[in-house]
Ligand binder design. Structure first.
Ligand SMILES: CC(C)(COP(=O)(O)OP(=O)(O)OC[C@H]1O[C@@H](n2cnc3c(N)ncnc32)[C@H](O)[C@@H]1OP(=O)(O)O)[C@@H](O)C(=O)NCCC(=O)NCCS
Length: 196
């Protein structure tokens, strides 16, 4: 019997589709987090397949329990799995976090910025969140640039799981006043129904 039904939206940008995670994504998901370059600033070390699997279940449970979460970033043209972008705010988290993680072969082409912009717009205009944060290791220059390019600014430093992290953030009022994209640049939203 179905105990939960969560509507997970799909966001579309010019080049990307932010879509729900499926169990068929497991090989790509495990490869992403097994890559030492990807996890370099995440403070965890590469994950084994078991940890990747458990984390996929966490991502799905996060959608189920909170109505928000991380999307798979899919390349529209080829259908390739680029990585994950979206929200994390489990118990004890210092705020509603927007995070981005892409496989290295896709870095440096503006994909993280493009996907994060769509997610940020969704957070403020659909979810109506007051504030979005991004926790970033001080040496993670690429991630800092993504935060800056989407309009986040440095709010302070925060102790997070024993490490000092930069807390970037943006509030809705500022976003709607200064950052909101033109109507024709807004991401298209479709809704998928995820059955558990
Ligand atoms: C952070 C990350 C998502 C960026 O993805 P991306 O698609 O390459 O990002 P974009 O192309 O949209 O933008 C990257 C920006 O960072 C800059 N950049 C990229 N690598 C950099 C580096 N090593 N040092 C400094 N700046 C760098 C780029 O020049 C660009 O800025 P610019 O447009 O002003 O030139 C990607 O590097 C990644 O997945 N890293 C591993 C996971 C991670 O650390 N995630 C963030 C956790 S907080």
């Amino acid at each position: 019997m179905l105990s939960h039904m969560v509507k997970i939206p799909t966001l579309e940008t010019q080049r990307l589709r932010l879509r729900p995670l499926h169990k068929e994504d497991f090989e790509d998901y495990a490869a992403l987090y097994a890559d030492p370059e990807v996890v370099r600033h995440l403070g965890t070390g590469p994950w084994d397949r078991g940890r990747a699997w458990r984390h996929m279940v966490f991502v799905q449970g996060h959608w189920d329990f909170t109505g928000t979460g991380m999307w798979v970033v899919e390349h529209k043209e080829t259908g390739a799995f680029l990585g994950m972008i979206g929200f994390a705010a489990p118990e004890g988290w210092p705020g509603f976090e927007l995070a981005w993680i892409l496989a290295p072969r896709w870095w440096g082409q503006g994909y993280a910025t493009e996907g994060a912009r769509a997610a940020l717009d969704h957070a403020f205009t659909v979810l109506e969140k007051d504030r979005v944060i991004s926790l970033i290791h001080p040496e993670n220059r690429a991630s800092i640039r993504v935060a800056e390019r989407i309009g986040e600014s440095l709010q302070g430093r925060i102790a997070h799981f024993g490490r000092e992290m930069l807390c970037y953030g943006l509030d809705r009022k500022t976003y709607l006043r200064e950052t909101v994209p033109e109507a024709d640049e807004r991401p298209a939203v479709r809704t998928a129904v995820w059955l558990i």
